[in-house]
Design a protein around this ligand. Structure first.
Ligand code: PMP
Length: 449
């Protein structure tokens, strides 16, 4: 397809995206699907970026946008955070990666263990997917059991054991109180999917029954306290208390996937609710924009990774694990995040959610917003969803969402394809107001269409 053809299909209005269209055309010839990340793909083509400055992004055609996605929540300081750049420049001169450890990984591990109350130790990997995978392997090694329980609709990365019940639909999701375990990716065998038990989010009675039935076979219950795909609805503290108590009583490992929700407080996600996980998988913000993942927890749960007395139960290596560039960026990022940064996120996040609700009400728009702290998600439904089933968009609604997201891009605001947004530390009320105006105009346009 020629680039002009691609561009003619583009229903973005009044915006020159010729270079993006051209790059997608070129990409399609040599990259399967045209680009390398499913989550950033949009029809007719994604926008290709060249530069990030603070809260802004510039695309290859010279258009400037407010970045309310921050590489899917990873860039907590937005673009070009000075302490991160300085530390990276220094590290670049010192060496990009070595076949040996560095002081940086010790320093970074100390910082993280100081922050998160229940962390004695951490291990570094390269992505959130890897971090989740290793928590599951460790849980299986520790318990000698195979089954994993997860929340319906929650996304935990691309590891087989957990790629279940991500996009199930009314046709296959089964009863609300006993959701079906539907594999997300082709190639996941039925027996593998059968080792993954799906829990109805925030529903204690039904969850207890499922857990009771499986308790002697369960290695882990993995949770996300603010699951994006399940609507970005916070976990009910009573539900969390129940899961914490049940897992502890039955020797099941409670894993908190904080790849996104680690940005919910100075001490991480589950700590915000006053609870401790047995193992935590985290990533994104701790890499300061570079690839990273980590597993953390009390020493006895981290034991499967220990190689000091011979082959560990769960061997974990990785050419780029704890590479000095990611460590350097991570240290500078986390050092620049104070308790006060999180207080500001709370205020600005509340202000954004309240302002959005207000424009939805004032303009009679059948929209709603969910979220917590620095993260929020807009839903094209009048009543905020309570979980995955309400947040799930049928094909027609997804088309409307696509149109809304593109209309927002037209108004210079970048959000995720599911309309997830997040704040970065350089953002102010002015940026939020700009975004809110963009949302109002985009919604009015979509409703008029
Ligand atoms: N878990 C959660 C909750 C996530 O949001 C993501 C990525 N968005 C992952 C795991 C996978 O992380 P990564 O993309 O770094 O592999």
């Amino acid at each position: 397809m020629s680039s002009s053809n691609i561009h003619r299909n583009n229903d973005l209005t009044g915006r020159n995206l010729f270079r993006s269209a051209e790059l997608f055309g070129r990409g399609q010839r040599v990259i399967t699907g045209g680009n390398a990340r499913l989550t950033i793909f949009q029809r007719p083509h994604p926008i290709y970026f060249t530069k990030g400055i603070g809260v802004h992004l510039v695309d290859v055609d010279g258009n400037t946008y407010l970045d309310f996605l921050n590489n899917f929540t990873a860039l907590i300081h937005g673009h070009g955070c000075r302490p991160v750049l300085d530390r990276l420049h220094h590290q670049l001169e010192m060496g990009i990666s070595f076949s040996g450890p560095t002081e940086l990984e010790v320093e970074f591990a100390e910082l993280l263990c100081d922050r998160v109350p229940y962390f004695d130790q951490v291990r570094f990997v390269n992505s959130g997917t890897e971090a989740v995978m290793y928590t599951i392997k460790a849980a299986r090694a520790l318990t000698g059991r195979l089954k994993i329980a997860k929340l319906e609709g929650a996304f935990h990365g691309g590891y087989d054991a957990i790629e279940v019940s991500l996009d199930s639909a009314p046709s296959n999701w089964g009863p609300r109180s006993v959701p079906n375990a539907i594999p997300y990716s082709a190639g996941i065998s039925e027996s593998l999917a059968a080792d993954t038990v799906v829990l109805p989010f925030n529903e204690i009675g039904a969850t207890r029954e499922i857990l009771e039935r499986n308790r002697d076979k369960l290695a882990a219950v993995i949770i996300d306290i603010l699951p994006q795909r399940a609507g970005l609805v916070p976990i009910d503290p009573t539900y969390l208390a129940f899961l914490r108590e049940f897992t502890a009583r039955h020797g099941i490992v409670l894993i908190s996937d904080e790849v996104m929700s680690f940005r919910l407080s100075y001490r991480g996600g589950i700590s915000r609710f006053g609870f401790e996980a047995d193992l935590c998988a985290f990533a994104k913000i701790i890499g300061g924009g570079l690839p990273i993942g980590a597993v953390g927890g009390p020493s006895r749960f981290m034991l499967p990774f220990d190689s000091t007395n011979g082959k560990p139960l769960v061997p974990q290596a990785g050419t780029f694990s704890a590479n000095p560039m990611s460590m350097a960026a991570g240290i500078a990022t986390m050092q620049s995040l104070s308790e006060q940064s999180f207080q500001q996120f709370e205020h600005l996040g509340e202000y954004a959610r309240a302002s959005l609700n207000e424009i939805f009400r004032q303009n009679r728009l059948p929209y709603s917003v969910t979220g917590m702290g620095s993260m929020f998600r807009i839903h094209l439904r009048a009543e905020a969803p309570k979980g995955y089933r309400e947040a799930h968009a049928a094909a027609e609604q997804q088309r409307k969402m696509d149109m809304f997201v593109r209309a927002l891009q037209d108004r210079d605001v970048i959000v995720s394809p599911t309309c997830q947004l997040c704040l970065s530390t350089p953002m102010s009320i002015d940026h939020v107001e700009e975004m809110v105006t963009g949302v109002r105009e985009a919604a009015q346009m979509v409703e008029a269409a």
